[in-house]
Design a protein around this ligand. Structure first.
Ligand SMILES: Nc1ncnc2c1ncn2[C@@H]1O[C@H](COP(=O)(O)OP(=O)(O)OP(=O)(O)O)[C@@H](O)[C@H]1O
Length: 600
């Protein structure tokens, strides 16, 4: 099997059954507690009591109407008892129908709430969280893990309350009907619990393994689909398929194993139940002979004991369901407990409309503790200035931008906008004043118009068009089949790189941020598009403080200030002319290398 893929962000979480966690899960049911009480009430009164009354009525029918100890059999009484039983069956049917409808509705609402809460939380998590996880594994938690709780909430919660009530009801009835026989039947209960509890841990572990394998499959699937072009270009389909096949097979094996273990619960209960019936028949017939117990009572006992195992079997199944759900719950709570590393202060202030004066003061930063990405960065950018960040790959250009947007926090030093430390401002007020145009423009599904409007959803159609015209995107948009209403396909794959760039310029212009960050595309484009993009850029940058991770010579030359980075340190800064005058300067070296490359 190929060893090129590693998806190890999910590890087995092996803990004992956790009541605290169960209580936490139940808090999601709390808003619907009045619905739950209604269902439990209906099911207990109309479902359970009617059910429990029936064996009693049968024993009554046998001992009083069919074969009474004194007097003649009575058909009138028999008809009366049967009629009562019919009414009880009707009531029971209605109660069951009501319970199924209601428990489904409650379960769905709880799942809806949980999924929304999880999505909302994940949206707020910082870049650091996503650095460590694949998109696929995050996806699994919002879909599979939440789904696997569905059964628990749909049937588990309500049924367990009803089952426990039924179990207690039957125990009381059995003991009241014939105390000794009742006790004898219950001897088998502890036996069953001992056997089944030894299975619990193994079952839980097995299901966790299944989830982790499914999560890896999803991660791989996600990566394979996103990278399909590269895979096909390098003719790696076979390798990829083999790897997937291996993962899939391993998942199948784990699933079969877990499922087989799970199935052992049923037989364990059945064997114990058979032992119970055996005790009942042997000891019951003895009691009839020696203590004058009636046949009716024995028949009622047999039916009650049948009912007795039912809730126990269901509670056993619920328990294994609970074990499965617990591992999903643990994984969901792990995410819900993840705190954004970039957190808003409790007393964070709204950043007032920024003029765009940006300072970096003795900034130190590293993505990992022992690998600094920026060292001793000092910058003072006046409002309206355009700054080009240049330097070798990995020199720290994007990191500067990440700190300015507060996607990460500095390790030391501070970043200020108009004198306000970015950590003292609310994230929303900070980021809404910063526009970002990334190299790999993210086009969302929807129309071209929706995409331009992304940062300012209330913009009118006229404003959208004006923005598109200003950045010279209008001409190509109107040539699309439905103009501004053309639905872009997944991530805008039908648009050219240049077109996507222009769209993102329009998006940024419409949002009208005071500070603009531009990660310039590295791909070389034709001269005409280059010119058009340059003009669009001039419109976009006018009057804003801008940081450009610059690759095009024209952009770099036009910048008011050029910052040259090398291994996380600013090695030079100044205008193009100033920097070109340094004979052995870094900048001069970079530009000359680029000229050599272009003329080669
Ligand atoms: N998310 C991350 N986690 C860990 N290390 C990172 C992360 N992003 C960047 N780095 C590291 O930080 C350093 C600076 O990276 P940065 O992305 O700022 O470089 P850059 O100058 O923008 O490079 P490029 O021109 O290739 O985009 C590099 O050594 C890089 O490996």
């Amino acid at each position: 099997m190929s060893r090129q893929f590693k998806y190890q962000d999910d590890v087995l979480i092996e803990k004992d059954f956790n009541w605290k966690q169960m209580a936490r899960l139940l808090t999601y049911v709390k808003p619907y507690r009045s619905d739950v009480s209604k269902v439990v009430f209906v099911m207990t009164v109309f479902g359970m009591l009617t059910k429990l009354a029936i064996p009693f009525l049968i024993s009554l029918a046998i001992d009083r109407a069919i074969d009474p100890k004194e007097g003649a059999p009575s058909s009138g009484m028999l008809i009366g008892i049967t009629a009562v039983m019919l009414v009880l069956y009707g009531l029971r049917w209605w109660a069951q129908h009501y319970t199924i409808l209601q428990t489904n509705a409650i379960g769905q609402k709880v799942i809806f709430d949980l999924r929304t809460a999880l999505f909302k939380h994940i949206q707020r998590l910082s870049f650091r969280f996503f650095d460590k996880r694949s998109a696929g594994s995050v996806l699994v938690r919002v879909t599979n893990d939440v789904n696997s709780l569905q059964d628990l909430f749909t049937n588990g919660v309500v049924n367990s309350v009803i089952d426990i009530a039924q179990l207690l009801g039957i125990i009381v009835i059995l003991l009241l009907l014939q105390f000794k026989l009742g006790l004898a039947v219950m001897i088998t209960v502890p036996l069953m619990f001992i056997v089944s509890s030894s299975l619990r841990k193994r079952i839980r572990y097995a299901w966790q393994t299944v989830r982790i394998k499914q999560s890896r499959i999803n991660s791989h699937l996600n990566e394979s689909i996103q990278g399909i072009r590269v895979t096909q270009a390098f003719a790696q389909e076979k390798e990829n398929t083999n790897y997937f096949h291996g993962m899939n097979r391993s998942n199948l094996r784990s699933w079969n194993f877990a499922s087989a273990l799970n199935q052992t619960f049923g037989p364990v209960i059945e064997i114990t139940s058979a032992a119970g019936t055996l005790i009942l028949l042997l000891y019951g017939s003895h009691l009839i002979r020696s203590e004058g117990m009636t046949v009716g009572v024995l028949v009622a006992f047999i039916t009650y004991v049948g009912y007795f195992w039912e809730p126990i079997t269901r509670l056993g199944q619920l328990y294994s369901q609970l074990l499965i759900s617990m591992s999903s719950a643990e994984r969901i709570f792990e995410y819900l407990d993840e705190k954004p590393t970039v957190a808003e202060k409790a007393d964070a202030k709204e950043l007032p409309e920024a003029a765009g004066h940006i300072r970096f003061e003795k900034v130190e930063f590293g993505y990992e503790a022992d690998r600094p990405a920026l060292k001793g960065i000092n910058l003072d950018i006046k409002p309206g200035m355009s700054v080009a960040l240049v330097g070798h790959t990995g020199s720290g250009k994007s990191t500067i931008v990440n700190l300015l947007c507060r996607f990460y926090d500095t390790v030391q030093g501070r970043v200020t906008i108009d004198g306000v430390d970015v950590r003292d401002a609310t994230l929303n007020s900070l980021r809404s004043q910063i526009g970002i145009v990334l190299q790999d423009t993210f086009i969302f599904s929807g129309t071209i118009r929706d995409n331009i409007r992304y940062g300012r959803p209330d913009a009118s159609n006229l404003e959208v068009e004006a923005a598109a015209r200003a950045v010279r995107a209008h001409d190509f948009i109107v040539q699309l089949p439905d103009g501004y209403d053309t639905e872009v396909q997944e991530r805008g794959s039908a648009l050219s790189m240049g077109q996507r760039q222009l769209l993102s310029f329009a998006r940024a212009l419409l949002a009208d941020p005071r500070i603009l960050i531009l990660d310039e595309a590295t791909a070389s484009i034709d001269t005409e598009t280059e010119l058009r993009i340059q003009e669009a850029l001039n419109t976009l940058l006018a009057g804003r403080t801008s940081f450009i991770v610059a690759h095009r010579l024209s952009t770099i030359r036009n910048a008011d200030l050029i910052i040259v980075l090398d291994h996380g340190v600013i090695v030079e800064q100044g205008s193009h002319e100033e920097l070109m005058q340094k004979p052995d300067g870094h900048y001069r070296g970079l530009i000359e290398a680029q000229y050599r490359f272009l003329s080669a």
